[in-house]
Design a protein around this ligand. Sequence first.
Ligand SMILES: NC(=O)c1ccc[n+]([C@@H]2O[C@H](COP(=O)([O-])OP(=O)(O)OC[C@H]3O[C@@H](n4cnc5c(N)ncnc54)[C@H](O)[C@@H]3O)[C@@H](O)[C@H]2O)c1
Length: 209
Amino acid sequence: MTGGGTDALRGRTVVVTGGARGLGAATARAAAAAGARVLVTDVLEDEGRAVAGELGDHARFVRHDVTSEDDWRAVVDLAERTCGGVHGLVNNAGISGGSHALEEQTAEAFRRVVDIDLTGVFLGLRTVVPAMRAGGGGSVVNVSSAAGLTGLARTAGYGAAKWGVRGLTKIAAVELAADRIRVNSVHPGMIHTPMTAHLGIPGGDGGYP
Ligand SMILES: NC(=O)c1ccc[n+]([C@@H]2O[C@H](COP(=O)([O-])OP(=O)(O)OC[C@H]3O[C@@H](n4cnc5c(N)ncnc54)[C@H](O)[C@@H]3O)[C@@H](O)[C@H]2O)c1
C-alpha cells in the first residue's frame, strides 16, 4: 500500500481496523492519499469519525469491534453495498495488554489480548476473503510486531498473539494465492503512538510494545 498522493489505489476500497488513531490513522491517511475509498473502523467512535472526516467524501467511519463476527459482517455488507466491495484490508487493531512477567499475567488478560490481536485477524480474514475473491482478488496486511519475530520478555499474551499473526498470515497467503489475494504481515519496531506514549520514547527505540 503506497501513499504520498499517488493514484495507486484509485477505485479500490480499503478497510483499516483500529483506524481511529496511531498507526491505523496513519495507514488510513496513506490509503486515502493514494486514491482509495477508506472504511476507518474502530471501537473509538469520536476519534474514528474525526479521522474519516479529515479524509473527506471518500472515507467513512464504522464502529467495529474486531472480536465480533457480527461487526465484521456489517463492515463487509456496507462495503459491498456502498463501495463496490473490499479490495484491501489492514488488520491493524490491537492492544498491548501491558507488561507482565509470564506467571503474573492472568489467564483472562492473556485471552483478551489473543482475542483482539489474533482472533480479530482471523475473523477479518474469514469475513473479508469471500468479498475479495468475488471481486477478483485483493491484498491483506496484518500488523504483527517485531515481538512476533523474537522472544521479548514480559509479553506472553501480546508476543504469542503477534507470533500467531505471523503464522496465520503465512497459512492464509498459501491458501489464498490462487484467488489472487496477497496476505502479508508487517513487524514494526517501537513507534510513538497512543499505545506506547506512556513509555516516554518519542521517536526512540529499545523495545517493542
Ligand atoms: N506502536 C508501536 O510501537 C507498535 C509496534 C509494533 C506493532 N504495533 C501494532 O500496531 C497496531 C496499532 O498500534 P498503535 O501503536 O497504533 O496503537 P493504538 O493504541 O494507538 O491504536 C490501536 C487502535 O486499535 C483500536 N482497538 C483496540 N481494540 C479494538 C477492538 N477490539 N476492535 C477494534 N479496534 C480496537 C484502538 O481503539 C486504537 O484506536 C497494533 O496491532 C499494535 O500491536 C505497534
